[in-house]
Design a protein around this ligand. Structure first.
Ligand code: TYM
Length: 370
């Protein structure tokens, strides 16, 4: 089945092997996992389960780490609405990397991007969501020393001079080829990728020396960093490394959980009841049509969205395996599997929501001052 992955649209049944070839990235293999494990101890379950599956230049980054060089993490969010569980996947992994390797994170909120790309979103709304989304990152437990937040329209003084250095090296024909722009595209969109390159330069600018950067993200953002990796060495910076995750699927239908289809996404601001109702009503089930048939033939965890979500949110490998076994054998029904997921998500979200409310008055401490 055909699928499409661009920074603005993901649809169909994504074939991640094909995507590695199409985008020209590298698969995360056992040798790389062993190298990471040498430094991290036990691997994060996103790595153990290959939910992060692809990368650019991770071996180079580990070389730099082994040489004792300081490095930094960079990730981001296009604030078009509230944060959903899909966005949290690269962010939770980034938090683990920051803790494990003792490195800071630069977090970009691209209110300019979402204003330019979303027909009906005002700049004020996008900026408001930037402030809301920032709370979710802070709620993951970062200290202000480790997390530096950049909001494009508010950090323009720092970012714009760097963005035009990048922009000068990118031709219209490159952006057309990479992003599929046409004559109808507004010129802000054409310029935008220069802004997404800048936080990969900021750690070096602030330190006054070259600082390697690793960018964790879902694979849809890779086109931006393909361009950035091409340009940065031309203007005196190292190519950023990157590490890519699969998409947390939408509750039903193919593709990724997407903020623009609200009933197929679970937001960090959803109430326990909303989570329960959405999972019960919409989560695509790999169960059988009748209880009798299910008991006899068992369910299919590999197409069951609730089970897929548990591969992200249930860290305990043994527990996950026992759920898989029970579901496959028919001992566990779809409704029971959904109940496990609902409990897991709501337990996480109650705590997360408390922390994100506390973050509201502390946001200022996290905004990059430069
Ligand atoms: P945005 O806001 O679309 O997405 C934010 C981050 O979440 C990832 N993502 C997902 N990951 C797993 N499952 C999903 N269903 C899912 N949906 C989205 C995205 O890949 C991204 O990592 N232009 C960017 C903002 C940005 C950025 C960055 C992202 C600026 N600088 C650096 C990553 C790294 C955007 O609109 O992301």
């Amino acid at each position: 089945m055909a699928f499409k992955v661009t920074p603005w649209e993901v649809s169909g049944d994504v074939d991640y092997d094909k995507l590695i070839k199409q985008f020209g990235t590298e698969r995360i293999d056992d040798a790389l996992l062993r190298r990471i494990q040498k430094h991290s101890g036990r691997l994060h379950h996103f790595l153990r389960r290959r939910l992060f599956f692809s990368h650019r230049d991770m071996n180079w980054l580990i070389d730099q780490h082994e040489k004792g060089r300081e490095w930094a993490l960079y990730t981001g969010r296009g604030p078009s609405g509230h944060t959903h569980l899909g966005h949290l996947i690269p962010w939770m992994f980034t938090k683990w990397l920051s803790d494990t390797f003792n490195v800071p994170l630069y977090f970009q909120l691209t209110d300019d991007e979402k204003f330019l790309f979303k027909e009906t979103l005002s700049l004020e709304e996008a900026n408001g969501f930037a402030h809301e989304n920032a709370l979710d990152m802070i709620a993951l437990g970062f200290s202000p020393k480790r997390l530096k937040i950049l909001i494009d329209t508010e950090h323009a003084g720092l970012m714009y001079p760097e963005a035009i250095r990048v922009a000068k090296k990118i031709t219209y024909s490159t952006t057309k080829a990479v992003f599929g722009f046409t004559n109808d595209t507004n010129i802000g969109q054409i310029f935008y990728t220069s802004m997404q390159a800048v936080p990969a330069m900021i750690p070096s600018i602030l330190a006054g020396k070259k600082v390697p950067v690793l960018i964790p993200h879902a694979i849809d953002q890779d086109p931006h960093f393909r361009v950035a990796r091409d340009v940065l060495p031309k203007i005196g910076y190292e190519k950023p490394a990157s590490i890519h995750c699969r998409f947390l699927p939408a509750l039903y239908e193919g593709g990724k959980m997407s903020a623009s289809v609200s009933h197929t996404a679970i937001y960090t601001t959803d109430t326990a009841k909303q989570v329960r109702d959405k999972v019960n009503k919409y989560a695509f089930s790999g169960g059988r049509a009748t209880v009798e048939e299910h008991r006899k033939k068992g369910g299919d965890p590999d197409i069951d969205v609730s089970f897929q979500y548990l591969t992200y949110f249930e860290e305990d490998d043994k527990r996950l395996q026992s759920i898989r076994d029970d579901y496959e054998s028919g001992k566990m029904l779809s409704g029971e599997l959904k109940a496990i997921l609902i409990e897991k998500l709501n337990r996480f979200l109650v705590k997360h929501q408390e922390k994100r409310e506390k973050a509201r008055t502390r946001l200022d401490k996290y905004l990059l001052k430069a």
